[in-house]
Design a binder for this molecule. Structure first.
Ligand code: NAD
Length: 352
């Protein structure tokens, strides 16, 4: 018999194509009549459709969201939010825009409606990573969790293939680590395996045709499921390494996840052979670490930390940082073992 604890994080999810048309009623459902819109970047088309859907509910707009949620940007947006007397927040964009929305909700208690345009999964987690003076601090609280998520598959059609691959692997990483989490449970296991199969099926189809709407829908469903896993169970070595590399060496988020994932899986594989078999079956490959590496390489994704700009001289410090505080992981963490893992990832070697 399996003993487990399961905690769910309540959010309302609207999923489909053209769902932006339901945004107005979703905002009103939360009792809001004047919202701040967080939009911009290369999402001009999606932002215009959101503005149109909001109509008279739109009170102000901010377009300065930045990766890793710098506190200075949050303060600028907070200033506008207060001046505009808004009663809700709507955000359209990737994890960076969602991060700004969460930072504002944490400070004001205002409800949020998120329209995600990448596969990061942040929209369904109660977690926020903020950067102050170059240091990234992560916190979790119920106010951070967005009330409503409107997934509109149409909004993902403009995501370039390179970002589609790396962001898809970001989602894959949440699902993989959920399966060997100390908090793993039957519900999250099913969500994670479903996410892995959808990602493995969708990414090659999108490499052939980035406008394949069914494959886009599969990948967005996977992003929701994988984000739900991230929200529900603790992550391990892979997420710790990516957090360290992103925070201390300013490496890009989704690309770093893409390079590190095959190596983190290979490190943990001897400790959890049963989980490795389930991951390999869901991916439809003979072995999990090599299969993930081959999938990424076949899609033209990044495979080496060197190519992301990681200095070789920083590897020893990264290994120390990633093992300096204990956290649950299926295999014991040693500085030498992690240094070896990072060297493999830096060179881009295929895991055996
Ligand atoms: P991002 O939001 O920074 O987006 C990457 C780039 O893609 C940006 O230039 C953006 O404008 C562009 N873009 C986004 N959607 C697009 C689309 N549909 N078409 C064209 N261009 C588009 O990247 P991300 O990987 O989604 O998010 C990364 C951030 O999210 C990091 O700060 C990370 O820490 C955070 N994150 C947090 C959680 C959490 O639970 N707290 C989970 C995952 C990621």
């Amino acid at each position: 018999m399996r003993t487990f604890v399961y905690t769910s994080h309540p959010s309302r999810v609207v999923f489909g194509a053209g769902t932006v048309g339901r945004l107005g009623e979703e905002v009103e459902r939360l009792g809001c009549s004047r919202v701040l819109l967080l939009a911009g970047g290369p999402l001009a088309g999606a932002s215009a459709r959101v503005r149109q859907a909001l109509g008279g509910l739109l009170a102000a707009e901010f377009d300065g969201a930045a990766m890793h949620t710098p506190v200075e940007v949050t303060e600028q947006a907070l200033d506008l939010l207060r001046k505009s007397s808004v009663d809700g927040i709507v955000a359209v964009g990737g994890g960076s825009t969602t991060g700004l929305s969460k930072a504002l909700a944490l400070r004001t208690g205002l409800p949020q409606v998120i329209l995600p345009t990448t596969y990061a999964g942040s929209e369904v987690t109660p977690v926020l990573g903020e950067t102050r003076d170059g240091r990234k601090v992560t916190r979790s609280s119920p106010e951070i969790l967005p009330e409503t998520v409107v997934y509109d598959v149409d909004f993902t059609l403009t995501l370039p293939l390179s970002l589609t691959v790396t962001s898809g692997v970001n989602a894959l990483a949440h699902a993989v680590e959920a399966l060997y989490s100390a908090d793993a449970n039957p519900v999250t296991d099913r969500q994670a395996l479903d996410a892995i199969s959808r990602i493995a099926r969708a990414l090659p189809r999108l490499a052939a045709d980035p406008a394949d709407l069914e494959a886009r829908a599969d990948l967005l469903r996977a992003a929701w499921l994988a984000g739900t896993c991230l929200a529900t169970v603790g992550m391990g070595l892979h997420h710790k390494l990516c957090h360290t590399l992103g925070g201390s060496f300013d490496l890009p988020h989704a690309e770093t996840h893409t390079v590190v994932l095959p190596h983190a899986i290979a490190y943990n594989a001897p400790a959890v052979p049963g989980v490795m078999r389930r991951i390999a079956d869901a991916l439809g490959v003979p072995d999990a670490p090599g299969g993930v590496y081959d999938l990424i390489a076949s899609l033209g994704g990044p495979t080496s930390l060197r190519d992301l700009g990681m200095p070789q001289s920083g590897l020893a410090r990264a290994a120390e940082l990633a093992t300096s505080t204990p956290y649950p992981n299926p295999r014991e963490l040693t500085t030498e073992g992690i240094a070896e893992l990072l060297a493999d990832a830096w060179h881009g070697r295929r895991p055996e």
